[in-house]
Design a protein around this ligand. Structure first.
Ligand SMILES: Cc1cc2nc3c(=O)[nH]c(=O)nc-3n(C[C@H](O)[C@H](O)[C@H](O)COP(=O)(O)OP(=O)(O)OC[C@H]3O[C@@H](n4cnc5c(N)ncnc54)[C@H](O)[C@@H]3O)c2cc1C
Length: 383
């Protein structure tokens, strides 16, 4: 990596500016830091918040990842529930893992950034980005910064953001007085209380016999009042006869789920990463592993003229958008599709499919058991 030494005479000039300093920015910095010459690059991270919202990231994989030491809990079994359906299965060869956003951020704030004095972090809101020849100017309310390279993870700075819906959720970290949770098994989806209306389900991440995170999530175009999610969680605990419990912490958030076909990885020379770069899987909201793979590829190709990105086969984009359209237009039908899917397929096959590692044969086996009409009706979307 070649730093532009002569430019360092200008204090507001950087080799790289990261607009947005969340998960994707930190992952990319981590992978770039493994490359020779990284410490000579002058890097600015512009992040409006100086505290980051509580997030719990779950993902499944077959190998350890570079952030393995931050994994809070792993499960080898998953559960899927709906009315009259209770499936509990091993997910071999996968492990379902969970990383607390707070542990992730603590590692970066207390360890990583302390080791890399070349990274400057500034907590200011970005108001503008402009480009003249090969130089970008990034503006906040008080200052302007110049660079030849921007990695952006702020969705609002991506031009032409298509119409979207949200996966939104709120969760309770619950501590029971007596041992109650099955700590060996996480729940992926629980549709037991689904009676129609917007697509929504509950899930439970048991950290030990007395502690779990219980979240309720909806997919819709608007976010609801906290009472809506909290009543769902309260009802679940009471119907399952949960013993006396305390809510120790809460988390909430929303993830944009894009409906239209988008290619937003690079716009006007700005490299969009994370959610802003389209790395959130449209039908599920999972992004952590995808962002990690993408950031690793960007870092590995950083010194070449051709930046490499995580690629996905177009057919997965097609499946995602069809499913998202059904979720939006006919949520009850989408719930019925999920029920059929989990009743008919082993969990490991579904997880492989959702990770987009399945073969066409796997996908044929999956689709053969699903109702075709809701999908066929929506294929015109792509004409
Ligand atoms: C609550 C929650 C739970 C999730 N759980 C999972 C999960 O279990 N598994 C999974 O795979 N994915 C999950 N995701 C999806 C995904 O992994 C996260 O959204 C992830 O944080 C995306 O990383 P990012 O860097 O793209 O965005 P962020 O982490 O949101 O980073 C973007 C940053 O830009 C900053 N910013 C925005 N506007 C400006 C501005 N104008 N100026 C300066 N800074 C700005 C924001 O403050 C933010 O810190 C979850 C998302 C949420 C919201």
């Amino acid at each position: 990596m070649q730093a532009l030494y002569f430019l360092h005479m200008q204090p507001n000039r950087y080799d790289i500016i990261f607009t947005g300093g969340g998960a994707a920015c930190r992952m990319l910095l981590y992978f770039l830091s493994k490359k020779k010459g990284f410490n000579r690059l002058r890097i600015l991270v512009l992040e409006e918040e100086n505290t980051t919202a509580e997030k719990t990231w779950c993902f499944w994989e077959t190998e350890n990842n570079p952030f393995q030491q931050l994994v809070h809990k792993e499960w080898k079994q998953l559960k899927f529930d709906a009315k009259q359906i209770n499936i509990k299965q091993s997910i071999q060869p996968f492990t379902y893992s969970c990383i607390n956003g707070s542990a992730f951020n603590q590692y970066f704030n207390d360890v990583f950034f302390n080791h890399h004095a070349n990274i400057h972090i500034l907590h200011e809101k970005i108001n503008s980005i402009s480009k003249e020849e090969n130089t970008y100017t990034v503006g906040t309310a008080t200052q302007q910064f110049k660079t030849a390279r921007i990695f952006n993870s702020v969705p609002a700075l991506v031009a032409d953001t298509p119409q979207q819906m949200w996966q939104h959720f709120e969760g309770w970290f619950v501590q029971t007085e007596t041992a109650w949770f099955d700590e060996q098994t996480a729940s992926l989806m629980d549709f037991s209380d689904y009676e129609g209306g917007p697509f929504g389900f509950l899930y439970v991440l048991p950290f030990n016999k007395n502690e779990a995170l219980i979240e309720y999530t909806f997919y819709s175009s608007e976010v609801y009042d906290s009472l809506v999610y909290e009543n769902k969680i309260r009802n679940f605990l009471s119907q399952k006869n949960c013993p006396a419990y305390t809510v120790t912490k809460k988390e909430k958030g929303k993830i944009p789920l894009y409906r239209e076909k988008i290619d937003q990885q690079t716009k006007n020379g700005i490299i969009n990463i994370g959610g802003a770069g389209g790395l959130i899987k449209p039908s599920t909201g999972y992004a952590f592993l995808r962002m990690m793979e993408d950031c690793k590829q960007i870092a590995d190709s950083f010194e070449t003229n051709q930046l490499k990105r995580r690629t996905r086969h177009q057919r997965f984009l097609f499946y995602d958008h069809l499913l998202l359209k059904i979720i939006q237009e006919d949520p009850s039908c989408a719930v019925a599709i999920f029920k059929r899917l989990f009743q008919q397929q082993p969990l490991h096959r579904i997880l492989k499919f959702l990770n987009e590692d399945s073969s066409l044969l796997d996908e044929l086996k999956i689709f053969a058991g699903l109702p075709w009409t809701p999908f066929l009706k929506r294929i015109s979307l792509f004409k």
